[in-house]
Design a protein around this ligand. Structure first.
Ligand SMILES: *Cc1c(COP(=O)(O)O)cnc(C)c1O
Length: 398
C-alpha cells in the first residue's frame, strides 16, 4: 500500500499535522479509508459537508452544471449565480451579494467594503475591531484580524488597522473604539477558537454600540451560517442583524465558494472596487443553490437544533461520568468537549480507533461539526465511541 506519509514529506510544504488516515470515499455522515474501514465523520470537511458526503441533490446539480457551463468570468451574465443570490437575499436580512471562493477571501472583501464605507461616510475611518481567540482566515490581513498570537507571530509585521479585544467584553470593545474605527467584526460563536459562545446580551450590546457610533457590524458566519448552529444564520438567535455578513464553509457542500453579503446602505462598492476571476462561477453557484435550497426546503437548521440539543445532553452525561471532562458546550451541531489536561491528541486517536472522526480544536478540547443531516442514531453511535475513548484514557489522567 502507498506510503502517503513518505510522499507527503517528499512533495508537500510542511503545514499540517495530518491524522494518518487516507480517505477515499464518502456517503452521508460516513467515510471510508483505502483499507475499506468505515468511519462516522464528525469533522465533515471542517463544517463544510452540511448535507453529508456526496449528497445526491448536490451531486446532480454539479454533474449537470459541469456538462453545461463551468466558468465564464463576471464579464458576462450567468444564470446559477442569480438563482443563488436571490435565495440568499430572500432568506436573510441582507440585500446584496458578492461571490468569491473561500472564507478568508470573503472576509478580506468584507473589510475592503467596510474601509470603503469608512472613506465615504466616516471621514476615512479604517480600523476594524475583532476579538481575541477569533478566527477569520489565513491571508495576511485576516491573520491580523484573527486574535491569536500563534497565527500572527510568524508573520510580523502584519497589515495595520486591526485591533483584537477580549470576546464578551463590552468595556474592552468600547475602549478600543475611536474616530478611526469603521467596523467591528465578530463570529457569533467562535469556532476555531474553541466553540466559545457569546454571553446572552453581548451581541445585542455590540449592535447597539455600532449603531450609536455609526460603524459597521460585520458578522463572520463562515462557520456558523448555513444551519450549523440551529438556525439558518447565527445572528437570528441573538436578535440582531449585521450590516455585513460573510459565508463560506457549508455553502456548497464541499465545492469552494464564499460570499460577502451586505445591507443596501453598506453596499458602497462601485465598478472596479473589487473583483474575482472564479467568484460566482456557474459550477460553484449551482452547487451552492442546490445546497441552500435543500437546507431550506427540509428545515435542516431545525434538524441541527434538535439533534444538537440531543448531542449536548449526551455530552453532559459524559461530563458527569468522567471527572476530567471540565466542560461541554455548543450550539446546534457545533459542539466541543474540554478536558482538564492536554489529552486532545490521545482522545482523537482513541475516537479514530473506535471509528469516529473528530477535530482537536485545542490541546485540551475536541470539536464536533458533523453533517447537519445526522439523526439521533448517529449521535448515539458517536457518544458510545466517545464513552469508550474516555474510559480508555481514564487510566492516564489525574
Ligand atoms: C474557516 C473559517 C474562515 C476561513 O475560511 P477559509 O475558507 O479557510 O479561508 C474564516 N472565518 C471563520 C469563522 C472560519 O471558521
Amino acid at each position: 500500500m502507498t506510503n502517503w506519509q513518505e510522499l507527503e514529506r517528499k512533495y508537500f510544504m510542511n503545514t499540517v499535522v495530518r491524522v494518518p488516515v487516507t480517505l477515499v470515499r464518502g456517503e452521508g455522515a460516513r467515510v471510508w479509508d483505502e483499507k475499506g474501514r468505515e468511519y462516522l465523520d464528525f469533522v465533515a470537511g471542517w463544517a463544510v459537508d452540511s448535507l453529508g458526503h456526496c449528497h445526491p441533490a448536490v451531486t446532480e446539480a454539479i454533474t449537470k452544471q459541469a456538462g453545461t457551463l463551468i466558468q465564464t468570468s463576471n464579464q458576462f451574465y450567468t444564470v446559477p449565480q442569480f438563482q443563488l443570490a436571490e435565495l440568499l437575499v430572500q432568506n436573510s436580512c441582507l440585500d446584496k451579494v458578492f461571490f468569491c471562493n473561500s472564507g478568508a477571501e470573503a472576509n478580506e472583501g468584507a473589510i475592503k467594503l467596510a474601509r470603503r464605507y469608512g472613506k465615504l461616510k466616516l471621514n476615512g475611518a479604517y480600523e476594524v475591531i475583532t476579538a481575541l481567540n477569533s478566527f477569520h482566515g489565513r491571508t495576511l490581513a485576516m491573520t491580523a484580524a484573527t486574535g491569536q498570537a500563534k497565527f500572527q507571530e510568524p508573520y510580523l509585521p502584519l497589515p495595520p488597522g486591526f485591533i483584537n479585544v477580549e470576546f464578551n467584553n463590552m468595556a474592552a470593545l468600547k475602549a478600543a473604539t475611536t474616530a478611526k474605527t469603521c467596523a467591528v467584526m465578530l463570529e457569533p460563536v467562535q469556532g476555531e477558537g474553541g466553540v466559545n459562545l457569546p454571553d446572552s446580551n453581548y451581541l445585542k450590546a455590540v449592535r447597539t454600540w455600532c449603531d450609536q457610533k455609526g460603524i459597521m457590524l460585520i458578522l463572520d458566519e463562515i462557520q456558523t451560517g448555513m444551519g450549523r448552529v440551529g438556525t439558518l444564520f447565527g445572528y437570528e438567535q441573538y436578535g440582531i442583524e449585521p450590516d455585513i455578513m460573510t459565508l463560506a464553509k457549508g455553502m456548497a457542500n464541499g465545492v469552494p465558494i464564499g460570499v460577502i453579503m451586505a445591507k443596501e446602505a453598506a453596499s458602497v462598492f462601485v465598478p472596479g472596487d473589487h473583483g474575482s476571476t472564479f467568484g460566482g462561477n456557474p459550477l460553484a453557484c449551482a452547487a451552492g443553490y442546490a445546497t441552500l435550497k435543500f437546507i431550506i426546503d427540509h428545515d435542516i437548521a431545525g434538524n441541527a437544533k434538535r439533534v444538537g440539543q440531543y448531542f449536548l445532553t449526551g455530552l453532559g452525561k459524559l461530563k458527569q461520568k468522567y471527572h476530567f471532562v471540565t466542560d461541554v458546550r455548543g450550539c446546534g451541531l457545533l459542539l466541543a468537549i474540554e478536558f482538564n489536561s492536554d489529552i486532545g491528541g490521545e482522545m482523537l486517536t482513541a475516537c479514530l480507533n473506535g471509528g469516529l472522526l473528530v477535530n482537536r480544536v485545542k490541546p485540551n478540547a475536541l470539536r464536533f461539526m458533523p453533517p447537519l443531516i445526522i439523526g439521533t442514531k448517529e449521535v448515539d453511535e458517536a457518544l458510545d465511541i466517545l464513552n469508550k475513548a474516555l474510559s480508555s484514557v481514564l487510566v492516564k489522567v489525574k
